[in-house]
Ligand binder design. Structure first.
Ligand code: TMP
Ligand code: ZN
Length: 421
């Protein structure tokens, strides 16, 4: 792999304080080296150009226990044009269909003119479900390509980053019954501005519902590849309680979801509006038992991730020596982290298949592996092996690719322990 060390300093800052509590008692727990932004796929014409890379390191705050990045790549650089489309992953669309129905039944169906605002609404997949159920909707999405797609398909979307000042503009007409944010608050640098905005938006009676990948799953299942520059915070319940308590808000329910390798759905309202469910206490207990407050938990995690890297590399080289034809499945952002951390480039994987039209024809950053349409799987050799880079959809993908597997093709699932199925 061509080694490129090209940190564009104008797009990069190193912060020294915890994003939630402001503490400076921060410990390095995992160093993934210098990496390109994980979603920055490149065009064929850019293959000979140098690419920006930035340090990618995970830190843990000894005061509030938030796990976080301090290496910040400018948000305009990461999110203004975005290739990840919710609607390209069928399991996510299914998850959102049920999600909207659950929220509708619990909070909206008895309200007159319910209003749902989504932060980071992507192509509008979730809001479309709320709209079908009769709510007024508004999306807020910084990627102009996605906001346009959503608006063109009838999902009203503001093309901007969410902020306190946007929240103030929205409430001039109406408070939100529900503010929803999925896989997005981990992307936000200024969590205090975000919470101030949400507090205003939900007013006295609204509910803020959000989903975040769960730190405990990341640590337990060695999901190191979900660490990338877009994801600034890796949440657990305790640091969230610390954050929202500063805004007179409280968590009244926590639910575990299976998407994205293990996710929490968290329900927040103004203090004393809802009865607090037992789930909140249950998660707090679980987190202390797990040791989220203990540096030893993260020392072990770091050792385990380095061992896993060695195992993945050894196995791929062994398969390559056996002349197996290897390709990648799912050009996910996390896939790029895994490829870069394990030095897997186009000399090892012939190509990566992906269902996202926006990704096809492009190449992975630094590792330069071509991305092709998912039809390509029907042209593979009988004993090919697909490195599953979208391991979060393992069950669905293995079912879907029944023909490939019955013709002798196999999947290599890289985490938490590389196995071939
Ligand atoms: P994600 O893990 O961030 O959702 O990204 C998964 C990527 O994998 C995304 O680019 C869509 C792609 N994908 C496929 O190519 N085939 C599939 O069956 C699924 C579920 C996803
Ligand atoms: Zn802190």
């Amino acid at each position: 792999m061509k080694m490129i060390d090209n940190i564009k300093m104008s797009n990069y800052t190193l912060v020294k304080k915890c994003r939630i509590c402001g503490g400076e008692n921060l410990h390095l727990i995992l160093d993934l080296g210098k990496q390109p932004p994980a979603n920055s796929l490149i065009e064929k014409s850019q293959l000979d150009l140098s690419e920006p890379v930035f340090p990618l390191r995970l830190f843990w705050c000894n005061d509030c226990f938030l796990v976080q990045l301090l290496d910040i790549v400018k948000k305009e650089f990461l999110f203004k044009h975005y290739l990840y489309m919710t609607s390209a992953s069928k399991p996510i669309v299914e998850h959102f269909t049920k999600y909207a129905l659950d929220i509708h039944n619990e909070f909206l169906k008895k309200q007159e003119n319910p209003f749902v605002v989504e932060i980071g609404s992507n192509d509008g997949s979730l809001l479309r479900q709320f709209k079908k159920l009769g709510s007024c909707i508004l999306g807020i999405e910084p990627a102009s390509n996605l906001a346009k797609l959503a608006n063109d398909s009838g999902i009203t979307t503001m093309n901007d980053f969410f902020s306190l000042s946007n929240a103030k503009k929205i409430v001039e007409s109406k408070n939100a019954s529900i503010v929803v944010a999925n896989n997005v608050i981990g992307h936000v640098e200024n969590l205090h501005d975000l919470m101030e905005g949400i507090k205003i938006l939900i007013g006295e009676h609204g509910v803020f519902v959000f989903e975040v990948p769960y730190l405990l799953d990341l640590v337990k299942k060695l999901e190191f590849d979900t660490v990338y520059h877009e994801h600034l915070s890796y949440f657990s319940v305790l640091p969230i309680i610390n954050l929202i308590g500063r805004f007179n808000l409280e968590i009244f329910d926590v639910q575990k979801q299976t998407v994205h390798g293990g996710t929490l759905r968290i329900f927040v309202s103004k203090k004393n509006n809802f009865k607090i469910k037992d789930s909140v206490k249950k998660f707090i207990k679980l987190e202390y038992e797990f040791g989220i407050n203990n540096i030893k938990t993260y020392d072990k995690f770091s050792d385990d991730v380095q061992n896993l890297k060695n195992k993945i590399i050894t196995l791929l080289h062994k398969l390559k020596n056996e002349k197996k034809s290897l390709f990648g499945y799912g050009a996910s952002a996390k896939g790029n982290v895994l490829l870069n951390y394990c030095n897997i480039d186009s000399s090892i994987l012939d190509y990566i298949i992906d269902t996202t039209p926006l990704k096809q024809g492009k190449f992975t950053p630094v590792t330069h592996i071509p991305i092709v349409s998912s039809d390509q799987i029907s042209n593979t050799e009988n004993d090919s092996i697909a490195l599953l880079l979208a391991w979060n959809y393992e069950n669905q993908i293995l079912d879907k690719e029944h023909d490939f597997r019955s013709n002798g093709g196999k999947f290599l699932i890289p985490i938490p322990e590389p196995i071939i199925k």
